[in-house]
Design a protein around this ligand. Structure first.
Ligand code: CP
Length: 309
């Protein structure tokens, strides 16, 4: 099968066949990551720029590891040391990096739509590493990969996404991804953190965590996105945690083999207790490990230029 896309911008625009191709390719990449010599020459001669305008631990580090495992030449853009501080625009910055030979640009930006702007204006392949509160495709793809690996199949699973749906790019990408592969998707949180447009997505909306957790196969806990909230959406973190925080007791409502996910960073004691985060049902560190193979697959596919894979 041929991956026809030059860019990976969001899960909304990928169909089930394309998502499965990324996941299948990631399975091969995971096998590379388990070898003694974790390196293949697939991106030898390709320059990849990691253009991060927002902080990141997991996404940035795992893209860099993925690029190095594919033998790419890697440039990490550092915002605080860049000419953006002197007023250079995003587009001018990206065009200059492209003029230096960037074949792939991995971008994280606070502005929703920034990766689409670069894809429209540049010749390089663009991978979205998170744009505002819009999409975070590599996170959703690694979540899908992790769940497919554990459960065997995604179709028919009950997936519950908990918390700050309004500001979460992880929620939006996961909704598209899990729906495309045939899961039932539920969202739950305070009414103020469930956006109105959710009505147009094929998800079930709950306002009580206990109700949403019935028969759940997968629970995705979200961090409260304090950096994207202009005003107060709930009275206090303590109250939020009481109603929407995941404890061992609440988790018993879900299926016995429920998988607990979190994109990180975790706020222990807010969206989930430490005992849940570190329990046997938690797959949080599996998500992080799988992020490398999934990002290798994304880089490989966009750089493969429509070749059969
Ligand atoms: N999940 C995620 O995007 O984490 P980082 O912000 O650390 O990259």
């Amino acid at each position: 099968m041929v991956f026809q896309r030059k860019h990976i911008l969001g899960l909304e625009e990928l169909d089930a066949r394309e998502i499965n191709l990324v996941l299948d390719t990631a399975a091969s990449m995971k096998e590379v990551s388990e070898r003694d010599v974790k390196k293949v020459p697939a991106l030898k001669g390709t320059t990849v720029v990691n253009l991060f305008f927002e902080p990141s631990t997991r996404t940035r580090s795992s893209f860099e590891i993925a690029e190095k495992r594919l033998s790419a030449d890697v440039l990490n853009f550092t915002l605080s040391q860049s000419s953006v501080i002197k007023g250079e625009t995003l587009l001018d910055t990206a065009r200059n990096l492209e003029a230096m030979g960037a074949g792939v640009i991995v971008i994280r930006h606070s502005m929703s739509g920034a990766p689409w702007l670069l894809a429209k204006e540049l010749h390089s392949s663009i991978i979205n590493a998170g744009d505002g509160s819009h999409e975070h495709p590599s996170q959703a793809l690694l979540d899908l990969f992790t769940i497919r690996e554990i459960k065997g199949e995604i179709g028919g699973l009950v997936v519950v996404i908990v918390g700050d749906i309004r500001h979460s790019r992880v929620a939006r990408s996961n909704i598209w991804g899990f729906l495309r592969l045939g899961a039932e998707v539920r969202v739950v949180g305070p009414a103020t953190l469930i956006p109105k447009e959710i009505e147009y997505m094929d998800v079930k909306v709950f306002y009580t965590l206990e109700e949403a957790l019935k028969d759940a196969d997968v629970v995705i806990m979200l961090r409260i996105q304090m950096e994207r909230q202009g005003s107060e959406y709930f009275p206090s973190l303590r109250e939020y945690s009481k109603f929407y925080g995941l404890s061992r007791e609440k988790l018993r409502i879900a299926k016995d083999d429920v998988s607990v996910m979190h994109p990180g960073p975790i706020n222990r004691g807010v969206e989930l207790s430490s005992e849940v985060a570190d329990d046997v049902n938690s797959v949080i560190l599996d998500q992080v490990s799988n992020g490398i193979a999934v990002r290798m697959a994304m880089l490989y596919l966009v750089a493969s230029g429509g070749r059969n894979v």
